[in-house]
Design a protein around this ligand. Sequence first.
Ligand code: C5P
Length: 220
Amino acid sequence: MTRVIAIDGPAASGKSSASRGVASALGFLFVSSGHFYRALAWGVVRDSVSEEALPQWIGNRRLDIVETTGPETAQRGVQLMLDGSDATPHLSDPEVAAKVSLLAVFPEVRDLINGHLRALAASHDLVMEGRDIGSVVFPETPYKFYLDASPEERARRRAGEGAVDSVAERDRIDSSRATAPLTIPKGATVIDTTHLNLSEVIHAVLEHLRKLGNFTTIAK
Ligand code: C5P
């Protein structure tokens, strides 16, 4: 039985760095589901796909997942190849950030991505972050977290990364869409990260996991 730690929350709530840290501490595979949406958004920008052409375009895509390790052996992640090309350098492109939430409303897109995410869980212990991981993709996992931070703090963090990204607009679209909207999953532990630094957030998640079950950390 593999374990899935689901970490959801709005844009720039600290999910990604915290999830990486938790995955690294446990020796689990880190997966950003947002990267899957961004990889497809990059393809949509690249191929100038119209809304009408989207379902057919999606049906013809090949998305390959390559496992990677970071500088420390504990850092395990995935790299996404769209139609044979590495999507990694394009995931933070401003055009991709502007398109991704519009693309994520389509059930065809979500079905394709969810199939890949669930397949990963069949063979790996995972820390997966996103918007609907605890609510829709793995509703049965007992390990669910929802990270939040004030809108001001989230805008500040994203600006600090030098990224051109309309966080508020993405949140609005992500929270109001009909399919798998951003929501606090049932049973999730909510952590407000506004006044916490990264190690405090990672510590809070690990502490909670220790109380819930048999988790052993392999690295600090
Ligand atoms: O997490 P990240 O900011 O990279 O996600 C980019 C976008 O992908 C989100 O704003 C959202 O529109 C979409 N997404 C989603 N469901 C997920 C993860 C991401 O709809 N589980």
